[in-house]
Design a protein around this ligand. Structure first.
Ligand code: PDD
Length: 309
């Protein structure tokens, strides 16, 4: 089955799904994105992702390409057309296409929207989670507006590649004061020697992760002791446990930081408990699509693949 992408009003096979070379996402990384988990055919935490998308668009003064509710329909339809039960759905919105000029284009230029969905091998992710991952640290050389989920991700790309080359799965950025900010594509957490769960406040230096918010809710519900504050690399290395949170990995235990084993060098009990709690909560989300409905649902696009809401 060939993969299908939504591009500016049309559903197309990936090989035909294209964006113009003058799109500002391509020219200037002038766009924003969201990644949502699809678990058992459910989009997890859709509302929170949509709110963050609204905020990112607003901060950069990019218009919605369609009503937020319509975008939800497109996400579901993309998931359904790609038969994704477990995976991710990716949404990217840019300021649109126009002759290269740094300042914003005229209002007549429409924003561009792309949605893709792909499956994730959950068993493979679970194998990784049962062993835990290694992280390295690297200076945080990003701009100050990392609270905006912008597609401008070059420092993150370079950090992730450095991690890969060091045999690690994630890189933690470290600010000038020596505090960990966050991962290249995740938020960072530790459980201190005294058993206190710690993560940096979302006020500065990090993206307000949706998974982070969910974990904070779970922690409050379970009455787990936690502090929202910065921590150093050496505090993290001396921690009992560490983990990262993100839509792709959910709660993923960290067992090595810069080659130093964390705790006993295996996933910690609190990290695994939070991962499990996350799953239980996710299973209560509404269904994104039902396989039985596929054969009976009308195809919403016309012959050219144009989509009508
Ligand atoms: N990344 N911090 C950064 C820099 C991120 O890129 C991400 C997510 C997170 C975690 O956010 P959330 O819990 O909402 O996924 C934190 C996505 C998954 C990505 O770029 O692929």
């Amino acid at each position: 089955m060939s993969r299908i992408a939504y591009v500016n009003g049309r559903y197309l096979p990936l090989s035909q799904a294209t964006i113009g070379i003058e799109d500002r996402g391509y020219m200037f990384a002038d766009g924003v994105y969201e990644v949502c988990v699809v678990k058992n055919k459910r989009i997890i935490d859709e509302g929170r992702h949509m709110s963050r998308l609204a905020r990112s668009l607003n901060e950069l003064r990019i218009r919605w390409p369609m009503a937020p509710s319509a975008l939800g329909v497109v996400m579901r339809e993309t998931i359904r057309r790609n038969r994704v039960s477990n995976g991710v759905v990716y949404v990217q919105i840019t300021r649109g296409a126009g002759p290269r000029n740094h300042a914003f284009p005229p209002d007549t230029v429409s924003p561009s929207a792309v949605v893709v969905a792909r499956p994730i091998d959950r068993e493979q992710v679970e194998r990784v989670a049962s062993e835990g991952i290694a992280v390295i640290t690297t200076p945080d050389n990003r701009w100050e507006r990392v609270d905006i989920k912008s597609v401008s991700l070059l420092p993150n790309v370079l950090a992730k590649q450095a991690a890969k080359e060091a045999g690690a799965a994630e890189a933690w950025f470290v600010d000038k004061a020596g505090h960990v900010t966050e991962g290249a594509s995740s938020n960072a957490w530790i459980v201190t020697e005294d058993g206190v769960l710690v993560t940096r406040t979302a006020d500065s230096g990090i993206l307000r992760g949706v998974t982070r918010q969910v974990v904070l809710d779970l922690i409050r519900r379970e009455g787990i002791t936690f502090e929202e504050r910065s921590f150093t690399v050496s505090e993290a290395q001396a921690a009992r446990e560490a983990f990262i949170s993100s839509a792709g990995n959910l709660v993923m235990p960290v067992v090595r930081i810069n080659g130093r084993a964390i705790g006993e060098g295996k996933p910690g009990p609190l990290s695994l408990k939070l991962r499990q709690l996350f799953f239980t909560q996710a299973d209560a989300s509404p269904l994104a699509w039902t396989p039985g409905a596929i054969a009976h649902e009308p195809d919403l696009s016309d012959k050219e693949g144009n989509f009508h809401f």
